[in-house]
Design a protein around this ligand. Structure first.
Ligand code: COA
Length: 255
């Protein structure tokens, strides 16, 4: 049975792809489970960092399950595969917690798109990145041509998507896509997560959202959320709510 497991150990949550016999390829069940785990994490205030990892296999994730999506009608492919994948990967990208992908082996197609939805990536030296979709007659569908092009130079994404070129861990690190190359990416990710424990959770969350707004990751929602947080702390808001609840005219203090 394929799945995505969620475990929480103190301040660190781990999402782990579990489909090693199929190189951790993403099945519909795995998408659904990732969505449910993101919903859990959105309400989990004790967690300070989320690590995205996979069961040991030749691939961290060899992409979306070709047999599963291959059986879908064109409209179901668009509605229930491409759009669900987008929505769920967006949900992961927009978690308030910092996220780190620990890429112990190859990350292809949807596996690369999953890692791209994280804030930071650590790669094993043998891990490579690829967008092989055109070789199976489709195009990257879970933001590989969009979010990935914000993190890697456009010609590099074209080399990968059009020419099938694999990107080595070393080159991915030199280009800034991977923060570090490590023989044990998960241990390195855990050490990074440990450092976050001493930082302000609120400042970290707001900094993440500010950077998202700067690069266009859900920009308009990020601006509204930050504005909402600012006004939500004001005496004007407290007065407005109190006046409404007590059926009186508000007297806003302007602070
Ligand atoms: N979807 C479904 N099953 C997949 C898969 C995928 N994306 N990638 C690998 N698998 C399965 C294989 O079918 C095989 O299953 P089997 O043992 O029942 O035959 C198993 O995982 C092992 O893969 P295999 O191809 O035998 O391993 P390999 O070492 O020879 O090759 C890859 C590894 C990654 C190069 C190769 O599996 C591959 O090209 N996978 C598809 C990558 C891809 O196109 N991803 C984008 C999909 S949109």
């Amino acid at each position: 049975m394929s799945g995505v497991d969620l475990s929480i150990d103190g301040a660190v949550a781990t999402l782990r792809l579990d489909n090693p016999d199929k190189l951790n390829a993403f099945t519909p069940d795995m998408l659904t489970q990732l969505d449910q785990h993101c919903a859990t994490l959105e309400r989990e205030r004790s967690v300070r960092c989320v690590i995205v990892a996979a069961q040991p296999a030749k691939a961290f994730c060899a992409g979306a399950d070709i047999i599963a999506w291959g059986a879908l009608s064109p409209f179901d492919f668009a509605r229930h595969w491409v759009r669900d994948g987008h929505r769920i990967f967006d949900r992961l990208a927009r978690l308030s917690h910092p996220t780190i992908a620990a890429i112990g082996a190859h990350a292809f197609g949807g596996g690369l798109e999953l890692a791209t939805a994280c804030d930071i990536r650590v790669m094993a030296p043998r891990a490579t990145l690829a967008l092989p979709e055109t070789q199976v007659g489709i195009v990257p569908g879970w933001s590989g041509t969009q979010r990935l092009t914000r993190l890697l130079p456009e010609p590099v994404v074209k080399e990968m998507a059009l020419f099938g070129r694999r990107l080595s861990a070393e080159r991915a690190c030199a280009l800034g896509f991977a923060a570090e190359v490590s023989d044990d990416p998960e241990a390195t990710a855990r050490a990074m997560a440990g450092k976050l424990a001493g930082t302000s959770p609120m400042a970290t969350e707001v900094a993440k959202y500010q950077i998202h707004a700067a690069v266009g990751e859900d920009r308009s929602a990020m601006i509204e959320a930050l504005g909402g947080a600012m006004i939500g702390a004001s005496a004007d808001k407290a007065e407005g709510v109190d006046a409404f609840a007590n059926k009186r005219t508000p007297e806003f203090p302007g602070r």
